[in-house]
Write a protein that binds this ligand. Structure first.
Ligand code: S3P
Length: 171
């Protein structure tokens, strides 16, 4: 299958955006970009350092710039950060470039996947209850995606299969 449009994976931390994105790009024989990695390279600082030194608003500015300025000359699979839809305009940028794919998971799944993470500042700064509220608050924005794929109890391969078959079926 030849990929005609850029694919953007959105979803909460722990949804599997980076792992799925890497394998998806391989399956589609196209490029993969992890937006957080672009930000780290551009700023020369880790995500933790950016949040600690400059705060979340600054991170969101850099995130929007990174999204807007990616190299879109060839079809690319982009793993975005979990907060990408915090800025309303980012959904418009994504839609103008390609397809938004939401990787969904229940709170229980997400919590199990992220509870030992140390490189996610949002998790260091908030209580579990606050992270859970954030998870709930973000669902409405994620669900506006062009394609929603549930990842609970799925391997990375299974999620990639679902996405590829949805694209092939034109869903
Ligand atoms: C964030 C998610 C992170 C990263 C940053 C903020 C968020 O990406 O962009 O720590 O606000 O949910 P992952 O979803 O890849 O962990």
């Amino acid at each position: 299958m030849v990929l005609k449009r850029h694919l953007f994976l959105v979803g909460f931390m722990g949804a599997g955006k980076s792992s799925v994105g890497k394998l998806l790009a391989k399956r589609l024989d196209t490029l993969f970009v992890d937006l957080d990695e672009v930000i780290v390279k551009t700023c020369g600082q880790s995500i933790n350092e950016i949040f600690a030194r400059h705060g979340e608003e600054y991170f969101r500015d850099v995130e929007t710039d990174a999204l807007r300025c990616l190299d879109y000359r060839q079809p690319v699979v982009v793993a975005t950060g979990g907060g990408i839809l915090e800025r309303r305009g980012n959904a418009d940028i994504i839609r103008s470039k390609g397809v938004m794919i939401y990787l969904g998971a229940s709170w229980e799944t997400v919590y199990r996947r992220i509870s030992t993470s140390s490189n996610r500042p949002i998790l260091q700064q908030k209580t579990v209850e606050e992270v859970r509220s954030l998870f709930q608050r973000r669902q409405a924005a994620y669900r506006c995606a062009d394609m929603c794929v549930n990842t609970d109890d799925c391997t990375i391969e299974m999620v990639v299969d679902k996405i590829v078959s949805n694209i092939e079926n034109g869903d």
